[in-house]
Ligand binder design. Sequence first.
Ligand SMILES: C[S@@+](CC[C@H](N)C(=O)[O-])C[C@H]1O[C@@H](n2cnc3c(N)ncnc32)[C@H](O)[C@@H]1O
Length: 376
Amino acid sequence: MTCKHFGSCGSCGLYDLGYDEQLKEKESRVTALLLPFYEKKLEVFDSPSSHYRARSEFRIWHEGERCDYAMGKMPIDGVREKGAINIHECPKVIKPIEKRMWALLEKINASQEVLKNRLFAVEFLATTTDECLITMLYHRKLDDIWSKEAKSLEDTLNCKIMGRSRKQKVILSDEFVTEKLDIDGKTFTYVEYESGFTQPNPVVNVKMIEWAIKQAKRVGHGDFLESYCGLGNFTLPLSHYFNKVLATEISKGSIKAALENCVLNDVENITFARLASEEMTEALNGVREFSRLKEIDLASYNFSTVLVDPPRAGLDEGTIKLISTIEYIIYISCNPETLARDLETLTQTHDVIEAAMYDQFPHTAHVESGVFLRKI
Ligand SMILES: C[S@@+](CC[C@H](N)C(=O)[O-])C[C@H]1O[C@@H](n2cnc3c(N)ncnc32)[C@H](O)[C@@H]1O
């Protein structure tokens, strides 16, 4: 990918290496971090080098009568620069965003004040099936005149539009998109809410789920535990390889999406519970009872496998201790440093059988990785 804003826009920090070189650099970084625990070659899953991001947020910069998309400036020597630069192209977003974002900007600029006045950001959430939800964020209260104009934008751009301002959320049609992904020969339908977590790169997401399915097929027995399950991204496809599934997550909105996704995909063996992973540990250790779990017979589960996919901070001590008792662990990580830290403890009870790297975030230093562990 090339972009005229490389070197000035802070969004793509890795721009002076070609895509293959970037990938090699990330591979050697993750390989070095995992070396104390895994000596074989990592499996590496690449990304399309352009048009890979299905969600993106832009600031709106006002200059005279005109609005433009803007991004934070590239840091200099690691120091954040004040201000923003105007964006006139953004080849990292998937086509369903790209084909609407510039038409949207023209409409905003053509509207006298209604769409433009105190608009400060626009967020896009799109699917590979060409759905797009656009959220427009304002520093002013939105009224019926705004809704009428935004509704006509929905028709023109063939998209869904939401408006947000302080303590106000205006949903004109829906606050979600519906993604369909072909994963290991089956099609899965996922409702993705605007406010919930979604994996940013759908092509790499499928590769990552298929890698996890490969590990689940190897196990092929027992029950499955998952923490940090989000909207059921891994849960639904992996549920086919286990008897019963217990999946937990801290966000109420994500659990709502996960329950809807179960129905949409005719999956009946999963129980979702809204629990922080620290609470899940307390519940499974019998330390504390939760009214949210009163319908669930925790003692009936016989977990052979656990999947964890925590935020960048990695796992807490209690969760590490709990999952150390389970025979197989699939650990998906968006931060190889905390993954390596957690492996210091996990490898006292488990061996790393396979490790992989998935390039969810091309043109940035971020990298996603995964390890599959078996009890020693
Ligand atoms: C990296 S995302 C992974 C989500 C999901 N596995 C997916 O692939 O879409 C991490 C998830 O952990 C959730 N989360 C953050 N802190 C948590 C905690 N302490 N306990 C449980 N879930 C948490 C977030 O809401 C988010 O959905």
